[in-house]
Design a protein around this ligand. Structure first.
Ligand SMILES: C[C@H](N)C(=O)N[C@@H](Cc1c[nH]cn1)C(=O)O
Ligand SMILES: [Zn+2]
Ligand SMILES: [Zn+2]
Length: 480
């Protein structure tokens, strides 16, 4: 048996042995409601950064640097709100070893019991071999997976096969504000010797077959602010005799997309790169069960019924989703109020070759024109909240070859090569600023319910996933 295989054998049984400790680590992480989009929870996001710092210290990090990013730029309610810090850390600095930068995020999406969760979202529970809680799969599970791997190495006294540079951020779910600049600044200092970047922050396509991912859509997030009366009003007294902000907003928002998901803003679809013959062939070989889409969405509401159309519309065409209305009545009961100010939120998932600035101009001009058509005296503003770039790479390099070996070793099957419909805004910046290949090595399954209620990570995905990350470090470390 080679040295690598001997080490992996020991590491895998150590990982199995440490399963209860690893679940405990994830339980502690999930218990911190580090919701980046909720300004009132910003102290919890910072608490999560401190938690990570402490874990890294206990694991024997050679360096831990907490990088502050300053005040969050507008639009924001609290004009003095500090951005959460970036947690940087180094393990090893052997010039004879490769250096991998591992990125992950410690913030999560919002979650409320009343959204429909079956249990408290911030109390990790184990049920039917699933770990249920906000952030279990996105992205606390995978981040803990890397720490678990370090713990296994430490307890066995097995040297890491690569130098590791960690970069953990607390604003990924809110557009990774401030991280671009930090990467540019640190490219030739903290990140100087980085050969390669690995991110575990997406999901298998389905539930049975592991995947490696070579593409992401980008995300441009917009808001439409409409202001009318000086305060919320009684609809019996003012209904029918004033222009209502909510009515204006619904009118404008309904012009953006049709019920079949077609974006109606002129010029947007024209920016999309045409499908090449080579790409057209690609979809045939991907394992994907259309029924799994219905199971994952918990409904029978799919627009497309065939594999190719579903994958193309998830991966390589843009989509526009309406997310919500701030200021609108949304509770139970029948409140008869006219909201005085409402803010509509929507986002566009972007793909090659869409240009973010051009897109924002098309979107804001279109919304302004639609509002003007209403002839309403209310105040209107359309603006971008944040944008993050799409990313597509070549999946035939040392990183993907090593990850294929690692996946085969742990799961006994060759992974499919997929793209992801979601976004990880910082991916392209890492690739461009560090001149390094990026590999996306997902841990969770396609039905994990990231961003949804009852988010989960299957116990086998957490434990075998930790083994996969571990094996990847060893196989990549052995490449020339
Ligand atoms: C795929 C990743 N785990 C994720 O969930 N990313 C978010 C990032 C985001 C938030 N706003 C814009 N981008 C996502 O795809 O929604
Ligand atoms: Zn997410
Ligand atoms: Zn994520």
């Amino acid at each position: 048996m080679s040295d690598i295989e001997t080490n992996l054998k020991q590491l895998f049984s150590k990982i199995d042995e440490l399963k209860p400790a690893f679940i405990e680590r994830l339980t502690k992480a999930v218990a911190i409601p580090s919701v980046s989009s909720d300004e009132t929870l910003r102290p919890k996001v910072v608490e999560m950064a401190n938690f990570l710092q402490n874990e890294l210290k206990n694991l024997g990090a050679d360096d831990i640097s907490i990088k502050e990013l300053g005040i969050q730029p507008p639009p924001v309610n609290d004009s003095n709100l500090k951005l959460p810090p970036i947690v940087l850390s180094k393990f090893g600095s052997d010039p004879n070893k490769k250096t991998i930068l591992i990125y992950g995020h410690y913030d999560v999406q919002p979650a409320l019991l009343e959204d429909g969760w079956n249990s408290d979202p911030f109390v990790l529970i184990e049920k039917d071999n699933k770990l249920i809680g906000r952030g279990s799969t996105d992205d606390k599970g995978p981040v803990m997976g890397w720490l678990n791997s370090l713990q296994a190495h430490k307890e066995l006294n097995i040297p890491l096969p690569v130098n590791i540079v960690f970069c953990f951020e607390g604003m990924e779910e809110s557009g990774s504000i401030g991280l671009d600049k930090l990467i540019q600044k640190e490219a030739k200092s903290y990140f100087n010797n980085v050969n390669s970047v690995c991110i575990s922050d997406n999901y298998w396509l389905g539930t049975k077959k592991p995947v490696l991912t070579y593409g992401l859509r980008g995300c441009n997030y917009y808001q439409l602010i409409i202001k009318g009366p000086g305060a919320d009003l009684h609809s019996g007294i003012f209904g029918g005799i004033i222009h209502e902000p909510m009515t204006d907003l619904i009118k404008v928002m309904s012009t953006l997309v049709d019920i079949n998901g077609n974006i109606l803003i002129p010029g947007v679809n024209e920016m999309v790169a045409p499908v090449t013959e080579k790409e057209d062939e690609l979809y045939k070989d991907i394992e994907f069960d259309v029924n799994e889409l219905n199971l994952a969405s918990g409904s029978n509401t799919a627009i497309y019924q065939d594999k190719k159309n579903i994958l193309m519309h998830r991966w390589r065409y843009p989509s526009l989703s309406l997310h919500g209305i701030e200021g609108a009545f949304s509770g139970a009961g029948a409140k008869t109020v006219i909201p005085s100010k409402v803010i509509g939120k929507f986002s566009i998932r972007t793909v090659p070759d869409m240009d973010s600035e051009k897109l924002t101009k098309l979107v804001t001009d279109f919304c302004n024109a639609k509002f003007k058509d209403l002839g309403s005296p209310n105040e209107f503003k359309a603006e971008l909240i944040h944008d993050g770039a799409y990313w597509v790479s070549d999946p035939f390099n040392d990183e993907f070859t090593s990850a294929k070996l690692a996946t085969k070793k742990v799961w006994g099957i060759e992974p499919d090569l997929t793209r992801e419909g979601g976004s990880i805004p910082i991916t392209l910046t890492f690739e461009q600023e560090l001149g390094a290949n990026v590999l996306l090595l997902p841990m969770g399954k396609g039905d994990d319910g990231a961003h949804s209620i009852n988010e989960k990570l299957d116990v086998p995905n957490y434990i075998e996933g930790t083994k996969t990350l571990t094996a990847y470090l060893h196989y990549y470390g052995a490449t020339k």
